[in-house]
Design a protein around this ligand. Structure first.
Ligand code: FE2
Ligand code: FE2
Length: 209
């Protein structure tokens, strides 16, 4: 090869390397929408945890012991969801971020209604949309995290609804609820061997009162 040709080749190769380096940031895959959704879910669950603990305190003050217990069990469930979402966020190379606002507790009846509204939105709107997107992004961990949270929120909504409809009977001392420590599903009584949501063995259930 002639010297001039060699110089030209080295120059062109160098140019390609420089151009590739310049273009690299723009050709990197855009962050998955699912990461954004996981962050939104992590933020929502973290705030729900704080809110339910404040609602539990209020329910105790108003003499609704079983409602306070339910809020404590649900607060624990939301903490479990937040941890699951955080793990999925980290797996995708991001850092979980939440902006936990100071919760405002109203009357227990109003708190139950607010909680039911939140759970219903997550069960019927938010998580179904996030699951759809996670499937499009082919992220198995996010699909699982969103799916398990969705069904668990359904179990919370069901119990909040029961309390709202028959609030007078939810006065009195605290009572135990059974919480799946894996997925946050809550039941009054255990009549199964495996969690109906995540299929974990029943031994994974803990009592929260
Ligand atoms: Fe919930
Ligand atoms: Fe479970």
């Amino acid at each position: 090869m002639k010297k001039a040709t060699l110089v030209r080749c080295v120059f062109i190769f160098g140019l390609i390397v420089v151009l590739a380096a310049m273009l690299a940031p723009s050709v990197q895959a855009a962050p998955l929408k699912t990461v954004e959704n996981l962050q939104a879910a992590f933020n929502g669950e973290s705030n729900a945890n704080a809110r339910y603990l404040a609602f539990a305190k209020k329910a105790d003050e108003e003499g609704y012991g079983p409602v306070a217990s339910l809020f404590r069990a649900a607060a624990k469930a939301e903490e479990i969801h937040a941890a699951t979402h955080a793990a999925a966020i980290k797996q995708l190379g991001a850092e979980p971020k939440a902006d936990v606002k100071a919760p405002v507790a109203k009357s227990t009846k109003e708190n139950l209604e607010e909680a039911l509204k939140g759970e219903t939105y997550e069960r019927d709107t938010m998580y179904p949309e996030f699951i759809k997107q996670a499937k499009a992004d082919k992220n198995k961990k996010a699909i699982e995290a969103f799916s398990e949270a969705k069904v668990a929120e359904g179990s919370h909504a069901k119990l909040y609804d029961e309390a709202i409809k028959n609030l007078a009977s939810w006065k009195g001392p605290r009572k135990d609820f059974n919480l799946c420590s894996v997925c946050g599903y809550i039941v009054v009584a255990i009549d199964f061997k495996k969690c109906p949501n995540c299929m974990a063995p029943v031994q994974k259930y803990v009592k929260v009162g």
